[in-house]
Ligand binder design. Structure first.
Ligand SMILES: [Fe+2]
Length: 156
């Protein structure tokens, strides 16, 4: 497979992953009571929307065609269905923790590909950093049970 073909495929895989993540966040947000946690997840969801825009730009720059998400919705994040049957902040955050681990892993796998051009790599690295930040927050939120805290002081 030519380098550019492989690159487009990889970018499209990440694109689907980010689309799935946006959907998963939506499901989780709907099932949470804590406003502080919901706001944080909205912020992370916006990161994923930015990833989608930036990845599409890369695909176009390398003469590829961005894959349509409608065909393979939920392909990467199968936990989405698990989220749908879960209620409450803790369960929703646990499902998101699983998803964040997956996005971190997939982005790291992409970075491990040394054939990736530098301009694409910098985008993928930035997205990877976002995922590391998301996972770190979700881990902390679960460990410290953020949803049980209320008021302006509980806004890490
Ligand atoms: Fe994320």
């Amino acid at each position: 497979m030519a380098v550019s073909e492989k690159l487009i495929q990889r970018l499209n895989d990440l694109l689907m992953l980010d689309h799935d993540a946006v959907d998963a966040y939506e499901q989780a947000i709907k099932r949470m009571d804590s406003e502080m946690c919901r706001n944080k997840l909205r912020e992370f969801q916006a990161d994923h929307r930015r990833h989608i825009v930036d990845l599409k730009d890369c695909v176009v720059r390398y003469q590829g065609r961005a894959r349509d998400h409608a065909d393979i919705k939920g392909f990467f994040i199968k936990g989405m269905t698990a989220i749908q049957s879960m209620a409450g902040d803790e369960m929703a955050l646990k499902a998101m923790q699983t998803n964040e681990k997956l996005t971190n892993q997939k982005y790291q796998e992409a970075l491990d590909d040394l054939t990736m051009p530098d301009d694409v790599r910098s985008i993928v690295q930035r997205n990877r950093n976002d995922e590391a930040r998301h996972l770190e927050w979700v881990n902390l939120a679960l460990a410290q049970r953020y949803w049980e805290k209320a008021g302006p002081t509980a806004n890490p």
